[in-house]
Design a protein around this ligand. Structure first.
Ligand code: ZN
Length: 454
């Protein structure tokens, strides 16, 4: 099953021992290094050798990660996904770890690439280019590997890969082309460090045609209405039109203060704005005060208050740990607790995860075991850590502000956790069906009798 042939247990022990020795030697070399005393030629030679080390290390990493993924052993360290695990090991983002895992996965199923990895020939970036191209062009590895091994620059390698892909696309028939596009469809957005949201998407032309005419017509109308003195570009108006259309269809938006759902389908979407009372009074945030749009990220107080009066918005004004004001009046206690929980747990509570999108609420002590639905017994977790806790035996201990993510005695692998989740889902389904059946049985005799009574 393993995509990479596993070494025998004794060989494995050998590798670990040998690697530990090498790592310690390397660390000693780096610690004692005196770069200031090296000549230019010497330094150049040393950098060359370190580059070789980096390449060999990267190859070794790519050879072994598929086994960690296949066995799911990353959960044994409390990581919710393989990308999370590798990201935290290598100090990279989860997204770049994901790319690296995918490349290693593909290399493991391509013999020539596996061989190149064993030779320590490929850097992580080169491997990425070769495997990504292999996904589209069958003989890519055979064409690109000699280039990489012959010392071509990354740019030369990327250019050659682009030419191969372009050639393959010309040969590809229309159906295959659309299938490829469909398989790679995506819509990504993120908050940029310097402020603002940046997005990019990729989709099938036919799918896009379902929305493009309306979008373009709206954009053109807005642009024309703005007149020739307007400095905004047509693209700027297209974005305005896009946001206007999305706001219309999400059941609220800028329609009216009540934000009554305009769309008959889909759930009502409510946007939460969380602000520290002090920041709201001052007009700016200081220290670790928050001013955030839930699920999007930090914004200025001015930007947050600009949204006041829009429909479909809920303001949580925070004084310390307390929620002082929830602008939309509600007597529902559950909803108040939810609001306080959102204000308290800004990121996943399984330290050091730090995820802040798509968080789910969970009981510290299980609800089924009479854990109360009180704020102190609730935490927010990302879906991956939620699953580790519910099905993998991981626990949250401590108190709000000082949670500890605690391992079970024998941490389970991802496969075991996934099986436990499937079993629980099947059991819940069977229970629900049994209940429904019992209900039917209870009502059938009554129905038979009812005509006589009538
Ligand atoms: Zn998490």
């Amino acid at each position: 099953m393993d995509p990479v042939p596993s070494p025998t247990p004794s060989a494995r022990g050998g590798i670990v021992g040998e690697l530990k020795g090498i790592v310690r030697s390397l660390q000693r070399v780096v610690r004692d290094a005196a770069p200031g005393q090296a000549s230019g030629d010497e330094a150049r030679q040393i950098v060359g050798l370190f580059a070789e080390v980096e390449r060999a290390a990267s190859s070794g990493l790519s050879l072994f990660t598929p086994v960690v993924v296949a066995t799911g052993s990353f959960t044994k360290e409390g990581h919710g996904s393989a990308a999370q695990w590798l990201g935290s090991l290598s100090g990279s983002s989860e997204a770049s770890a994901k790319g690296r895992l995918a490349a290693a996965e593909r290399a493991a199923s391509t013999p020539v690439l596996t061989e190149a990895l064993h030779n320590g020939d490929l850097s992580a970036a080169q491997l990425n280019v070769v495997t990504r191209t292999s996904a589209e062009v069958s003989d890519a590895a055979a064409n690109l590997l000699p280039l990489a091994q012959g010392g071509a620059s990354l740019q030369e390698l990327s250019d050659a890969a682009a030419r191969l892909r372009a050639g393959a696309r010309q040969r590809e028939n229309e159906r295959a082309r659309r299938d490829r596009v469909q398989a790679h469809r995506h819509f990504r957005w993120r908050q940029v460090d310097s402020g603002g949201i940046r997005g990019d998407f990729f989709c099938d032309e036919v799918e896009w045609a379902k929305v493009a005419p309306l979008l373009e017509a709206r954009a053109k109308a807005r642009w024309k209405a703005a007149g020739s003195h307007d400095v905004a570009s047509f693209e700027a108006h297209r974005l305005d039109a896009f946001i206007e259309l999305m706001a219309l269809s999400d059941g609220g938006g800028s329609d009216g203060p009540d934000g009554s759902g305009r769309s008959p389908k889909g759930p009502r979407v409510e946007t939460l704005v969380l602000i520290d009372a002090a920041a709201l009074r001052r007009g700016t945030t200081e220290g670790d005060e928050v001013c955030e749009i839930e699920g999007i990220g930090p914004v200025s107080v001015a930007a947050a208050t600009e949204l006041l009066g829009e429909g479909g918005l809920r303001y949580l004004v925070k004084e310390g740990f307390d929620i002082k004001t929830v602008t939309k009046a509600t007597r529902d206690i559950a909803s108040c607790i939810d609001a306080a929980l959102i204000a308290r747990d800004r990121t996943c509570c399984a330290e050091p995860c730090g995820k802040r999108h798509g968080l789910e609420r969970d009981h510290v002590h299980d609800h089924a075991e009479d854990g109360p639905s009180e704020l102190d017994n609730l935490v927010r977790l990302c879906p991956e850590h939620h699953s580790l806790k519910t099905y993998g035996g991981w626990r949250i201990e401590g108190e709000p502000g000082n949670w500890k993510w605690v391992a079970p005695e024998n941490p389970k692998s991802a496969g075991a956790i996934s099986r436990a989740r499937k079993l629980a889902t099947a059991k819940a389904k069977a229970n629900a069906e049994a209940k429904a059946e019992a209900k039917v049985k209870a009502t059938v005799p009554k129905d038979r009798n009812s005509p006589r009574r009538a």
